[in-house]
Design a protein around this ligand. Structure first.
Ligand code: ZN
Length: 203
């Protein structure tokens, strides 16, 4: 399975990193080894001094498909969860400045904690989902999928032009504003539709 991620899908987050608003979705991938499940703790890696959290709605693919039409896209989702796209921002910045791929800053081991998934049918409107991240008891990020630059159907249609979607693949749909650095001892809690679905202690 693979994890497809979307960069800069919320305008305020693009602005906070001084990035332009993209004309098309910006996609990147994380390998299976990036996934962290069951509320396991995350150990800060030695290669970065600035690991940042990015809370994101995560979609689980329930059908194989390629070149999926936007109007059919929602049929390909069978679960909705919440995840964190951990990013080694210092490494990413250095690599971006050189114009190099920033894979190692995004796709490293355990960089993608993800919750259990809610049945897609239990959520009436995927285009109106509230989500948030709480760090040490304080809400640091809030978002609503209505504010995406590229909607969920658009993301699935676009990604499936390039990558066949397979059952069990995950799609991280981008982070809203408010990203910040984590430190050892932090406790992160991620909420979707007013349910706490994910906890991640930073070691
Ligand atoms: Zn992200």
């Amino acid at each position: 399975m693979k994890v497809i991620c979307v960069g800069r899908n919320y305008a305020q987050h693009a602005r906070e990193l001084n990035n332009p608003i993209p004309e098309r979705p910006i996609l990147f991938m994380k390998p299976h080894s990036a996934i962290l499940r069951n509320n396991q703790p995350f150990s800060l890696p030695a290669f970065s001094k600035q690991v940042e959290y990015e809370v994101e709605v995560v979609l689980r693919i329930g059908r194989n498909g390629k070149d999926i039409a936007e109007q059919d896209a929602l049929k390909y989702i069978n679960g909705v969860g919440i995840g964190i796209d951990f990013t080694a921002r210092d490494l990413q910045q250095q690599l971006k400045e050189k114009g190099h791929p920033w894979e190692i800053a995004k796709a490293f081991d355990h960089s993608a904690p993800v919750s259990d998934f809610l049945n897609r049918d239990s959520l009436p409107d995927l285009g109106q989902l509230d989500f948030s991240l709480v760090r040490n008891g304080e809400t640091v990020q809030t978002g609503n999928t209505a504010d995406m630059l590229f909607s969920i159907p658009r993301l699935i249609a676009y990604a499936s032009k390039f990558f066949t979607l397979n059952i069990g693949d995950l799609l991280f749909t981008g982070t809203p504003a408010g990203v910040g650095t984590v430190a050892s001892g932090d406790k992160l809690e991620a909420w979707l539709n007013h349910q706490k679905l994910l906890t991640c202690d930073i070691k």
